[in-house]
Ligand binder design. Structure first.
Ligand SMILES: Cc1cc2nc3c(=O)[nH]c(=O)nc-3n(C[C@H](O)[C@H](O)[C@H](O)COP(=O)(O)OP(=O)(O)OC[C@H]3O[C@@H](n4cnc5c(N)ncnc54)[C@H](O)[C@@H]3O)c2cc1C
Ligand SMILES: *[C@@H]1O[C@H](CO)[C@@H](O)[C@H](O)[C@H]1NC(C)=O
Ligand SMILES: *[C@@H]1O[C@H](CO)[C@@H](O)[C@H](O)[C@H]1NC(C)=O
Ligand SMILES: *[C@@H]1O[C@H](CO)[C@@H](O)[C@H](O)[C@H]1NC(C)=O
Ligand SMILES: *[C@@H]1O[C@H](CO)[C@@H](O)[C@H](O)[C@H]1NC(C)=O
Length: 504
């Protein structure tokens, strides 16, 4: 990410660096709403707010937003509202009922919505692609859900070296548009994941803010445009390899070799391998390999994959949009979902241990309806860690000296809420066992990747105390009253506590 346009708590009226914070203590929210051209006297529901409870505050906020010309507001029990909540990727998010849903079509409307939330003290949530896996991440019970889908511009710079993208975009449509210009960006693997949530979980003119947003999630404002570096791209090598049951260990060998030596000096390769189980199929293993050059045969860094027996192989030269479509095929949505992840130093025996632990504990949940559990190994190679340090780095607290690393990422799909408890426990149990094994060999790394984390995991404190403090001080400068931490309670907050508390 090169830079971004942010709607912060306020707009900076004077030279920001001359102040103690981005917003002065005298900041007058009513005045700011008026300055945005909203006639408060035409919003009778805002009168007498002080006496209202938080719930009627949200009724007042939503009724006010409805009265502002050209605001698109969906009220409870309308078809548009229900259609919207049904479209979340995880049903746990769709089950949350906001007081209203708004779809701002300009950054100014986003500002007004935040100011009305501040005025009424009605809490809000922000939705990009809506792919976060737990309730309240991009939805809010009784509050205002601000959906960004109408902020969807894609503007390639005239020098073709960067692109400005609105937070309403998802990766496939974005890649498709860039391909018309022979370009690509570094982005997500799955077609309908949103650009904003993914980018803020992983990576302006203000260096602290830029650093903080790469890992800081939703704590600093609402990003209304991202400027991403582009690079020329027509086709690249990559695809999926579905591994025969007999060759799971060989696939792990090839994966290890890639991480340990294959990719030691070339940042163009990446690999993730997932093990799962599906009724009627039994144990499954599938790897996704990419190399960002248009070669047509297996790149040397993946050479041991030549020894692995496969059931299906789609690797070859593809466009980026073809690749993400290949990978997304069969990913279920509108079901119950949970994601969990932790990080370890690369170690071959730990690979087998985690896969074996997964299959050993699987009987605890195997009869859950429509069950689709997976455990993945996603490599973070040393060249990738080096790339992350560019442009001031990010908030993750991992460096090339820690590498190579891998993320153990688990995701489960199921249907019945009655199975929630044992499925959460299954995921948590695997983490506990694998971390205990890793501890014996000194292989644990604290880092938790926000984009794959469950609401029971403390993400921001996993970046280390110094980085957590830097994030907090960025926040006190940009958002001294804590609008984006307190009025927007969902997802991972800067104090490092898990949204749902410790899992026990
Ligand atoms: C099938 C699947 C595949 C995935 N593949 C990948 C992958 O390849 N790589 C990867 O890194 N991750 C991947 N993820 C994880 C993904 O990055 C996260 O789920 C991410 O949060 C999704 O972003 P979103 O915009 O769709 O989600 P949302 O639920 O809309 O947003 C997530 C969080 O970001 C906040 N947010 C959204 N937009 C803004 C904004 N404009 N300003 C401020 N805050 C905002 C929201 O408030 C919310 O808290 C995958 C997830 C799924 C379900
Ligand atoms: C804030 O601005 C409004 C509108 O201009 C004004 O009526 C009010 O007195 C101001 N509040 C404070 C505390 O200055
Ligand atoms: C929405 O409809 C349900 C039943 O269809 C009803 O119980 C509920 O009170 C309604 N809510 C509102 C806000 O009208
Ligand atoms: C509901 O959605 C439709 C289609 O997007 C739109 O035309 C209509 O104006 C919406 N209704 C409201 C009340 O916003
Ligand atoms: C893969 O096969 C090649 C020869 O085909 C062999 O040299 C190499 O050792 C094999 N690697 C593994 C991990 O079996």
């Amino acid at each position: 990410m090169k830079s971004l346009v942010l709607v912060a708590a306020a707009t900076c009226a004077v030279v920001c660096t001359a102040q103690d914070s981005f917003e002065s203590p005298e900041f007058n929210v009513t005045q700011a709403v008026l300055q945005q051209g909203v006639d408060i006297s035409a919003l009778p529901t805002l009168a007498g707010l002080k006496e209202r409870s938080p719930w009627s505050a949200c009724a007042a906020a939503c009724n006010s937003l409805k009265l502002i010309p050209s605001f698109e507001v969906y009220a409870k029990n309308t078809t548009n509202y229900t259609t919207f909540t049904n479209e979340y990727w995880a049903t746990q998010q769709g089950d949350v009922n906001p007081e209203c849903i708004i779809k701002p079509s300009t950054p100014k409307q986003v500002s007004i919505a935040v100011l009305i939330s501040r005025l009424t003290r009605c809490p809000f949530a922000v939705k990009g692609g809506g792919h976060a896996a737990f309730a309240g991440s991009s939805s809010i019970e009784g509050g205002i859900t601000i959906a960004l889908e109408k902020l969807n511009k894609i503007e390639v710079a005239t020098d073709k070296k960067s692109v400005l993208v609105g937070p309403g975009r998802r990766w496939l449509e974005f890649y498709n548009e860039l391909e018309k210009h022979g370009l690509a960006v570094v982005g997500g693997r799955v077609t309908d994941v949103g650009v904003p949530g993914l980018t803020l979980g992983g990576g302006v003119t203000y260096p602290d803010l830029y650093w903080s947003l790469r890992g800081g999630g939703n704590n600093f404002g609402i990003v209304t445009a991202f400027q991403l570096h582009t690079f020329p791209m027509n086709k690249m090598w990559g695809g999926g390899k579905l591994v025969a049951n007999s060759d799971f260990e060989k696939a792990l060998d090839a994966t290890y070799k890639f991480g340990a030596t294959g990719a030691a000096s070339d940042e163009k390769g990446s690999q993730i391998i997932s093990f799962g189980y599906a009724e009627g199929f039994g144990p499954l293993a599938s790897a996704f390999l990419t190399y960002a050059e248009p070669v047509t045969s297996l790149p040397a860094m993946f050479e041991d994959w030549a020894n692995v027996s496969l059931i299906q192989d789609t690797t070859g030269a593809h466009t980026l949009s073809e690749l993400v479509s290949l990978l997304s095929d069969g990913v279920p949505d509108r079901e119950r979902q949970t994601y969990w992840d932790v990080t370890f130093k690369l170690d071959r025996s730990l690979f087998s241990f985690l896969v074996n632990t997964f299959y050993e504990l699987l009987p605890n949940i195997i009869d859950a309806k429509n069950l689709l559990p997976t455990i993945s190994i996603q490599l973070i190679t040393i060249p990738q860690l080096q790339q992350m340090q560019k442009n001031g780095g990010n908030a993750f607290g991992i460096s090339p000296a820690d590498g190579p690393l891998f993320i153990m990422n688990m995701g489960t799909v199921w249907t019945n809420p009655a199975d929630d408890e044992r499925i959460l426990k299954f995921n948590n149990d695997i983490i506990m066992r694998v971390q205990a094994e890793a501890a014996k060999k000194g292989l644990n790394n604290d880092y938790i990747y926000m984009n794959y984390a469950s609401g029971y995991q403390a993400v921001v404190s996993s970046y280390g105390t110094a980085n957590q403090k830097r994030l907090q001080s960025t926040s006190s400068w940009f958002d001294p009253t804590g609008v984006f931490r307190k009025l927007q309670p969902g997802y991972f907050k800067l104090d490092g506590s898990a949204p749902f508390g410790e899992y026990s």
